[in-house]
Design a protein around this ligand. Structure first.
Ligand code: OGA
Ligand code: MN
Length: 289
C-alpha cells in the first residue's frame, strides 16, 4: 500500500489516502512520517479508529502526554475527550466549565505550550460531527516565520515568551473545573519565540493564545506585539480549514503549527478524541534543563 498524498492549496496540510492507520507497516509509517514533516498537518479520511488503535498509531511518534487535568479523561489519561455531550446524552452549555474549556480551543494555539516540555504533535479524530460548523483551522508557523520582516526576525531570534494556562483561560472566563493541585502543576513557563524544527531544520514562530508576554519587555506592549504577530501569521496562504467527517483523523505538528476550532451551534453534539504526542527534551532547544 503506497500512501496517496494530496497537498492543500495552503503552505501546509495534505490529505493522505490509501493507508490504514490501524495496520501500518514500517515502510508505510516512514512515508507518513516524512509527509508529516513536509506538510505539518495530515488528514486521514475514513479511518474510524478505536481509541486503542488511535493510541497505538500515535505512540509510533513517541510517548504520549498524560492529561494534567482530569476534566476530560475517563480511564486512560492519554485519551482526551473533547466533547459537549454528557453521559446522559444532553449537552454541556457554553456557561459550564466544559463549555469554557472547549471555547478556549477556538483561539489560535499550540497544544501544551504552557507545559515545560510542550507537545510534539496531536492526533484528533471525529466521532460525532455537528451538522453546521465545528471545523478546525490550521496555520503554518514556518511560512509565518519566512514572511517576517528581516529586522523583526532578528529581534525575535533570542526572545522568550511566558506561556501560561491561567493567563489563556482567564481570557475565556477562567476554568473552575481545575483543582488546586492541577493549577499548582501548571506554573507559567518560558518558551522561545522562534524554534528550529529538529527534523527539518526550518525555523518557525512559536506563539499562540497561551503566550502572555515577552520576557524582559514591557508586558502590555509585548502582549500586543504577540497578538499582532499571531494575527499576521494566521492568514492566507498560511491557513486552511478542515471540515470534519466522522471517522477522520487529523495529525498535526504542534512544534510549528497553530490551530483553532471554529465553533458550532451549542445545541448540536460534537465529540472528538485526542491523543497528544509528548515533546522530547531534545526538541525543546537549549532552554530545557
Ligand atoms: C485540540 C483542539 C480544536 C477543535 O484538539 O487540541 O484545539 O476543533 N481542537 O476541536
Ligand atoms: Mn488544541
Amino acid at each position: 500500500m503506497t500512501p496517496e498524498i494530496t497537498p492543500t492549496d495552503a503552505t501546509l496540510g495534505a490529505t493522505v489516502r490509501n493507508v490504514r492507520l490501524d495496520a501500518i507497516d514500517d515502510e508505510t509509517f516512514a512515508a507518513v512520517e516524512a509527509a508529516w514533516h513536509a506538510y505539518a498537518v495530515l488528514m486521514f479520511p475514513d479511518q474510524h479508529l478505536t481509541e486503542e488503535a488511535q493510541v497505538a498509531f500515535s505512540e509510533r511518534f513517541g510517548p504520549l502526554e498524560r492529561s494534567l487535568t482530569k476534566t476530560h479523561t475517563q480511564g486512560d489519561p492519554a485519551i482526551i475527550h473533547l466533547s459537549n455531550v454528557k453521559k446522559d446524552g444532553t449537552l454541556w452549555g457554553a456557561d459550564s466549565d466544559t463549555g469554557r474549556l472547549l471555547h478556549g480551543n477556538n483561539f489560535w494555539h499550540t497544544d501544551s505550550s504552557f507545559k515545560r516540555i510542550p507537545a510534539k504533535g496531536s492526533a484528533l479524530s471525529a466521532k460525532i460531527v455537528p451538522k453546521t460548523g465545528g471545523e478546525t483551522a490550521f496555520a503554518d508557523m514556518r511560512a509565518a516565520f519566512d514572511a517576517l520582516e528581516p529586522a523583526m526576525r532578528d529581534w525575535l531570534a533570542d526572545k522568550t515568551a511566558v506561556h501560561s494556562y491561567a493567563y489563556s483561560q482567564s481570557k475565556v472566563g477562567g476554568m473552575g473545573g481545575i483543582t488546586e493541585d492541577e493549577w499548582d502543576s501548571l506554573p507559567p513557563v518560558e518558551q522561545p519565540v522562534i524554534r528550529t524544527h529538529p527534523a527539518t531544520g526550518r525555523r518557525n514562530l512559536y506563539i499562540g493564545r497561551h503566550a502572555s508576554h515577552i520576557v524582559g519587555e514591557d508586558q502590555e506592549e509585548s502582549r500586543r506585539l504577540l497578538e499582532r504577530l499571531c494575527a499576521d501569521a494566521c492568514r492566507p496562504p498560511r491557513i486552511f480549514v478542515h471540515k470534519w467527517r466522522e471517522g477522520d483523523l487529523v495529525l498535526w505538528d504542534n512544534r510549528c503549527v497553530l490551530h483553532r476550532g471554529l465553533g458550532h451551534p451549542p445545541d448540536q453534539p460534537r465529540r472528538m478524541v485526542r491523543t497528544t504526542i509528548a515533546g522530547d527534551a531534545g526538541d525543546a532547544n537549549e532552554w530545557v534543563a
